[in-house]
Ligand binder design. Structure first.
Ligand SMILES: C[S@@+](CC[C@H](N)C(=O)[O-])C[C@H]1O[C@@H](n2cnc3c(N)ncnc32)[C@H](O)[C@@H]1O
Length: 373
């Protein structure tokens, strides 16, 4: 998913740095997991990962990509859903599913994305033009598909036709699929007032296939410091906090609503972008405040039982390098920190232009290391 601070392109840098430091796999805490890209990679390299984040969509990604080890069989679903069974009897359906690949996941994705009847719900009512106060986050058709898929996932889970693993895997695919057809410049703080080519494509579900890794990874929905305290001793704390004032809660409110659903508590939203009217204070991160970020770092380092800490931070962050290094030094066993640097080209959406264009600029990504025990 397009995500501020997504480290997918920096995974080789992070893994190389761990190798340079001679740190071998054990238990790791990916404290601000976001898309779960780092936790997933650590797991593939043999780490037992505990990941955390305050956002529910991140929790969905963590459950799908870090906790889940294999594609579920979907046997109960095939046995229990007559509509899916009917679809499976159709040669046209089976051909379309086969084009998605082999295995149990392909027909389920084909069914959700293409066979399920679009049906208005919360997303169509609030984030698509016909009924959604003119908001143009999704076309009406895509919004109704998101609604229908989200509702069906909930029904399947409530009826016991899918377990947690399948639920999170499919929900992660829905959030990613919706992001690909969102009529935005990358974040949900605003929609674009004319349809972008990506928004006009029909939504699809293309799940990331779960990877096997060390057993026993876990995911926590909560504050990094709190989770670190609960986890106790671990080998590695990997920390990739927000580095500027942009609160993720305001930039990704729609993925958050899709992740939470609207079946138990209907969100009350308002304003041009349809933000939840009552801001959830627990989602406002101290890391996004120049005055509170240092305390958040010191508090987390004090709470963590990690032997090593590796912090991703970039050259434009709210925390000065000197402040960050001082906090790490104070928490370390030997009063030392080490810094690793890699230059990379970042592509930014040019928001002012109707046809989304990207311009590249240089950015220095930094990794700070300290030995805590
Ligand atoms: C830079 S992003 C992490 C990106 C991630 N490494 C990736 O590759 O996608 C920062 C994340 O920190 C989360 N966050 C902010 N405050 C937090 C807190 N107090 N505890 C845990 N996570 C927090 C945000 O929700 C966001 O997902």
């Amino acid at each position: 998913m397009r995500y501020i601070g997504n480290k997918t392109r920096l995974l080789p840098f992070i893994m190389d740095t761990l190798a340079d430091l001679g740190i071998s796999p054990g238990a790791a805490h990916d404290a601000c997991a976001g898309t779960a890209a780092v936790g997933r990679e650590l797991k593939v390299h043999g780490w037992r990962v505990a990941s955390s984040d305050i956002m529910t969509y991140s929790h969905v990604f963590q459950r799908a990509y870090v906790v889940l080890q294999r594609v579920p069989s979907f046997a109960e679903l095939r046995a229990g859903d007559p509509e899916l069974r009917r679809a499976l009897r159709s040669p046209r359906f089976r051909e379309a599913a086969a084009r998605r690949g082999t295995g149990a996941l392909a027909p389920v994705c084909e069914y959700l994305a293409r066979w399920l009847e679009p049906r208005g719900g919360f997303i169509a009512s609030h984030y698509a033009p016909a009924r959604g106060a003119g908001r143009m986050y999704f076309t009406d058709e895509n919004a109704m598909r998101i609604d229908a898929i989200r509702r069906r996932l909930d029904e399947w889970r409530t009826e016991g036709l899918i377990g947690d693993g399948a639920f999170y895997l499919l929900l992660a695919a829905l959030i990613e699929g919706a992001d690909r057809v969102a009529n935005t410049a990358g974040v949900y703080a605003a929609y674009i007032k004319s349809w972008q080519p990506n928004a006009l494509r029909p939504i699809d579900l293309v799940p990331l296939v779960p990877t096997r890794g060390a057993k026993g990874s876990s995911a926590y929905l909560g504050d990094a410091e709190q989770v670190a305290g609960d986890l106790g001793p671990v080998e590695l704390l990997y920390l990739d906090p927000p580095y500027n004032a942009r609160q993720y809660t305001g930039y990704y409110h729609i993925p958050e609503i899709i992740a939470r659903g609207w079946f138990d508590t209907v969100p009350v939203i308002a304003g041009k972008t349809g933000l939840p009217r009552v801001a959830d204070r627990s989602l406002r991160s101290a890391w996004c405040s120049a005055g509170r970020a240092e305390q958040a770092l010191r508090g987390l380092l004090a709470a963590s039982g990690a032997r090593h800490v590796l912090v991703s931070y970039n050259s434009e962050g709210l925390l000065d390098a000197s402040v960050l290094e001082a906090a790490l030094r104070d928490a370390s066993v030997d009063g030392r920190t080490r810094t690793f640097t890699r230059e990379y080209r970042r592509y930014r959406a040019d928001r002012d232009h109707i046809n989304r264009r990207y311009r590249a600029d240089g950015l220095r990504e930094l990794l700070y290391y300290a030995k805590l025990r």
